[in-house]
Every structure is written in C-alpha cells, then in structure tokens.
Write a protein that binds this ligand. Structure first.
Ligand SMILES: *Cc1c(COP(=O)(O)O)cnc(C)c1O
Length: 375
C-alpha cells in the first residue's frame, strides 16, 4: 500500500527497520545519535552556530507551531497571518488560544500571497511584531514565497515565523540568509520521509532568550528546551524522546543526503506532481489549480460532478488498488487530495493514474467533469 497523502508519508524499509530496537535515551550510545540528528538538521536548515538553535519537540507539527508562537510572540502581542488556507487558520487558532492577537490578512486560495500585500499590512499597523507564514499551504498545494515575503518583513523591521512543515527537506530554506526568521518549524514525517512523532523548531537564540517566561506552558517552552541543552548537552532530550522515531530519522537524514539533498528531493517531487497533473487531465479529471501555481507537495483534483460520486467510495476503490489518499475535502469546492511526497516516484504516479481511472469506472462515474470550479 502506498500512502499518497501529505504526511505521514510512504517511507523506505530502511527507515522503518531502524526502529527495531529498544533505547535508553540517557545512555551513552543514544546521546550521540540524538546530538548527530540535531547537528544534521541544523546544517540542512542553514543554522549558524551561535545564532540559531535546533530545538526538537516530541509530537506533531501543531505542537511545534504552538511552541514557536508561545515562546517567541509575547502574550497579547500581534501576529499577522496571511490566510492562505486551513493550515494558516490552524496557526491563527493556536495563536488566539494562546492569548496572542491575530491580524488576519485575506489571501487567495488559488494564488500565492504577494509580498507587497504583506508589506502594506505591516506599514498600516506598527503594533504587529510578527508575521506567521505557511510556506507550502497543504490545503491548497500552493507554495508561498518566504524569500520575497521575508524580505518585506525584514525591511519593515518585523519577524517571521515560518511553518515549513510540508516544505522542509524539499523546498529551499536557509535561515542564515533570513535574519527576520525567528523560527522555522517542521517535522520528521513529511518531506524528510521519517516517522511521525518528532518536530523541530530552528530558532534564533536571541529571540528564544528574549521570550523567556512567555510560553505559559512548560511542555511547549522553547526557551526551556534551549536552556536544557545548554546545561545537559545536545545529546540530552528534555523529557522522554520518541527514541525509535529519532533513530529512524537519523536513517532518513542519511537517505536524504544520499539522494542529493533538498534539491534532488524537490526534483523528484516535482516530477511526481507533474506526472499526476498530466495524468489527471489525461483521464478527464481537472486539477484544482492552474499549472503555474501548482506546488510540488500536494495536488487537489476537482471531484467529478457525477451524481454517483462519493469521496469515500473512490478512496476505498483506490485502496483496493494499492493507494491511499486523503478522505476529506479541504478546499472551497470539493476536491480530492493527493500527496506527491514520500518515498514514491513518477512511476508510482503513472500507476496511480491508471488506478484512479479504473476506480472511477468501478464506482460508476460516467461524467468526470467538475460540478463547480473556483472563480
Ligand atoms: C502537516 C502540517 C502541519 C502539522 O500537522 P501535524 O498533523 O500536527 O503534524 C502544520 N502545517 C502544515 C503546513 C502541514 O502541512
């Protein structure tokens, strides 16, 4: 079975095999493994020694996004969030629930956010200290540009929190070139092709220290995680780590490097997305986005307008053919969502297209054209 979802993704057998033993996290043979993972992650993100810290957290991406907001945005302070889709909405909810003030910047669901729009919003409200941007908006499949938007944030003298959860490991990120990035957040189980259960915040040390006491949550306090490492070394995880997941992640990092790093992974995912896009058109389905804004991470396809259509029925028919896709809608107009990331290749997507063609016929879809489409 191949998981064609935007996380957790299909992994390689070597990654899963690395989990097959027990570890005592404080033991001398585990500490270097963990310290090595931190170092590698820092290198991948462009972290600069003395400027950035790699701060791991048990759990999923939302935990790390919340930790970054709580630890780096002062209680009651303002955060501008371009409302790019459901992951931006989630960031807004996490921030509001933590008592931060969210300024929503309206954004198109079918176009990238323009840096000028962000610049204008910042100029209009000097009280906004941070911008929260979703790099690859997993609901729409659109990639937003942290280089251009980051420059606007930098020029305005503000800071950026970057949700790079579905981007890191494939889309470019070099925090050393972005002094405005207070934190970039990501997990092990998306483009890095590791196991779920482990998240990272690569953060500016000065920002982390400035936020001492802000988190209002010991579990999600990045400053405490940073100070723990200062006291106990980079091989010491605060509280119990998902040790097997970390071991699997070390293998995933080695495979990432062997493949050729983020550039090679981006090339493979782009080829996956292209094969899928063209394949959907070829079998009479319509991708949700125009090709020129379609990102390489996740692709939505308009649900057929046929009265016989049922998403779950289609998902089940695909599952019987060896492919699992998301079984919910995450767009304004109904569309099914296919992840292009994970240990999968264009050949897998060619087979997927054939499977989708067969599945549609099997569930009785005659008319494959969408019922409606975005303006
Ligand atoms: C997957 C994802 C998250 C976090 O999801 P979790 O289920 O909490 O790991 C956050 N932001 C984006 C853009 C994502 O794709």
């Amino acid at each position: 079975m191949l998981l064609l979802i935007p996380g957790p993704v299909t992994t390689r057998p070597e990654v899963r095999a690395a989990m097959g033993q027990d570890y005592a996290p404080w033991d001398a043979s585990f500490r270097p493994l963990y310290a090595g993972v931190r170092e590698r992650v820092g290198r991948l993100a462009g972290a600069a020694a003395g400027t950035h810290a790699v701060l791991p957290l048990q759990g999923c991406g939302h935990f790390a996004v919340e930790a970054a907001i709580r630890s780096l945005v002062a209680p009651g302070a303002k955060l501008l969030i371009p409302m790019t889709g459901s992951y931006a909405s989630r960031m807004a909810k996490l921030a509001r629930d933590a008592g931060r003030v969210v300024v929503e910047l309206p954004a198109s669901a079918v176009q990238p956010v323009a840096a000028e729009t962000v610049a204008r919003a910042l100029a209009e409200d000097p009280a906004i200290g941070h911008v929260g941007l979703v790099y690859s908006e997993t609901s729409s499949g659109i990639v937003h540009d942290p280089v251009a938007i980051g420059a606007a944030v930098r020029v305005a003298g503000r800071k950026l929190l970057l949700d790079a959860v579905s981007a890191f490991g494939a889309l470019p990120l070099d925090v050393s070139r972005h002094p405005e990035i207070d934190a970039a957040v990501f997990t092990a189980n998306k483009c890095m092709e590791g196991m779920p259960g482990l998240a990272f915040v690569v953060a500016r040390i000065d920002a982390v220290q400035a936020g001492r006491g802000w988190a209002g949550s010991w579990s999600l306090d990045l400053c405490d995680i940073y100070e723990h490492a200062q006291r106990n070394g980079n091989g010491s995880f605060r509280f119990t780590p998902p040790a097997q997941v970390l071991a699997a992640f070390r293998t995933a990092l080695e495979l990432h490097e062997a493949e050729g790093g983020a550039a090679a992974r981006l090339a493979r995912y782009s080829a996956n997305a292209r094969t899928l896009y063209d394949g959907m058109l070829a079998i009479g389905l319509r991708p949700y986005l125009p090709q020129n804004v379609q990102g390489p991470i996740v692709l939505n396809v308009h649900a057929p307008g046929d009265a016989a259509w049922s998403l779950q029925g289609f998902v089940d028919a695909l599952k019987a053919r060896g492919f699992l896709i998301s079984n919910f809608y995450d767009t304004e107009h109904p569309s099914f969502r296919v992840g292009c990331i994970g240990a999968v290749t264009p050949d897998d997507f060619s087979r997927f297209v054939a499977a989708a063609d067969g599945a549609l016929t099997a569930v009785g879809i005659r008319d494959r054209a969408p019922a409606s489409q975005p303006e």
